[in-house]
Design a protein around this ligand. Structure first.
Ligand code: ZN
Length: 148
């Protein structure tokens, strides 16, 4: 039996890791009232620390960041007109192409075997899915980097 009282480190080891604790420490604590009281105090302290809420922000960080990001400048009327004009022109050209080549396009669709059409659709869908997943994972990584 030790005559000296246990050190704080010994008592903390007893409180936190009873399984790994030295037999002499356990024996001393069962005998010595003073060290037993210290151990109980440490026990209470550690329980209190565990019960403390983990510090978290009381605001949504992503919302706050989004507000501070520079807003895209509203496009001027001229730019809008240009974009709509280009889209309208493209639509007109495509309509004319479809109108004049109607018969040829229909012939092309009927001569292509359905398996090719399915392959093209599956490839397009797979590619879109892959791109969406990639974009989503990148977004999540960046948000996690912001949240620590
Ligand atoms: Zn003691």
């Amino acid at each position: 039996m030790k005559n000296k009282h246990l050190t704080d480190i010994d008592i903390q080891t007893f409180v936190l890791q009873k399984a790994n604790c030295d037999m002499s420490i356990i024996e001393h604590i069962t005998i010595c009232d003073e060290c037993k009281m210290k151990a109980e105090q440490y026990n209470m302290l550690f329980e209190e620390i565990e019960q403390q809420e983990k510090p978290t922000f009381d605001f949504d960080l992503s919302d706050l960041m989004m507000d501070q990001l520079p807003q895209p400048k509203p496009k001027r009327l001229f730019e809008n007109a240009l974009i709509y004009g280009a889209a309208f022109t493209a639509f007109i050209v495509m309509s004319m192409v479809f109108y004049f080549l109607k018969d040829n396009l229909l012939g092309m669709v009927t001569t292509i075997t359905p398996i090719f059409i399915y392959l093209i659709i599956i490839t397009a869908l797979g590619l879109s899915l892959f791109l969406c997943i990639d974009m989503y994972t990148k977004f999540n990584k960046r948000m996690n980097a912001l949240n620590f």
